[in-house]
Each structure stands twice: as structure tokens, then as C-alpha cells.
Ligand binder design. Structure first.
Ligand code: 5GP
Ligand code: ZN
Length: 117
């Protein structure tokens, strides 16, 4: 069910501590941790603690929680002293989504080309 922890979800396991991660920030509703395969000097994932399959499902089911995630992307950028950065929500396997628990990528610390690949 949306919002409930999923047994087979990697990011639910990071939330409950059963899989370790390098956590950079935590709030009552969100966790931010470093991506295991960083694509930029700063590559942090911001996730809601509650399980939602992607950004659109999160926004539809829990708009305040979606706003918490967005606020945390800015907090990560501030802590990492990023003047420019990119927030990415890959949605669907064709766009590169591989983990089905909503997450914002915060990427920065180098020049970022547009359009992305
Ligand atoms: P997606 O491809 O779904 O947009 O993003 C999933 C991200 O999770 C990828 O960038 C991938 O490197 C990262 N990732 C996958 N497994 C782990 C893990 O066990 N720990 C951490 N910290 N990141 C992970
Ligand atoms: Zn999950």
C-alpha cells in the first residue's frame, strides 16, 4: 500500500537502517544519503521515509511530503555549498528509474550539460 514500507524495497531498508548508507541529512519525514555510484562530485539522493513508487505518485498521495523532499534538496545544496545544481526524478524504466521508491537526485560540483543524455 502507498506509504507503507515494502519488504523488497532497497530504500525502505535504508530508511529502517537494515542496509547502511552515508546519510547526510535526516528529518522526521525524509532521509538524504550519498549515491553509491556518484555521477558528480555531489550526488545525494533525497527520499521520503514513506514508500511511494515515484515522484508523481508521491505528489498525488502526499503533497506535503513531496514538498518536504524538495525543501531537503535545497538544504543538501546549501550544505554542499552548491551554487548551481540539478534535481532529477527519473520516472519509469525508459528514463532510467531503477529503484521504485521516489527519490530526488541532487547533482552538483561540476558543470552539467543540457540537454541531459
Ligand atoms: P534511479 O536509477 O532509480 O533514478 O536511481 C537509483 C539510484 O540509487 C542510482 O543512482 C544508484 O546508484 C543508487 N543506488 C542503488 N543502490 C544503492 C545502494 O545500495 N546505496 C546507495 N546509497 N545508492 C544506491
Ligand atoms: Zn520503499
Amino acid at each position: 500500500m502507498a506509504g507503507e514500507p515494502q519488504d523488497d524495497c532497497l530504500f525502505c531498508k535504508i530508511v529502517d537502517g537494515s542496509i547502511p548508507a552515508t546519510i547526510v541529512r535526516e528529518t522526521e519525514t525524509t532521509v538524504a544519503f550519498r549515491d553509491i555510484n556518484p555521477q558528480a562530485p555531489t550526488h545525494v539522493l533525497v527520499i521520503p521515509k514513506a514508500h511511494h513508487r515515484d515522484a508523481a505518485a508521491l505528489a498525488a498521495a502526499a503533497p506535503e511530503l513531496a514538498a518536504d523532499v524538495l525543501r531537503e534538496t535545497q538544504a543538501v545544496a546549501d550544505e554542499e555549498k552548491l551554487e548551481s545544481y540539478r534535481i532529477v526524478f527519473n520516472t519509469g524504466s525508459g528514463a532510467g528509474q531503477t529503484v521504485w521508491h521516489a527519490h530526488a537526485h541532487v547533482l552538483g560540483g561540476r558543470g552539467l550539460e543540457w540537454p541531459p543524455g
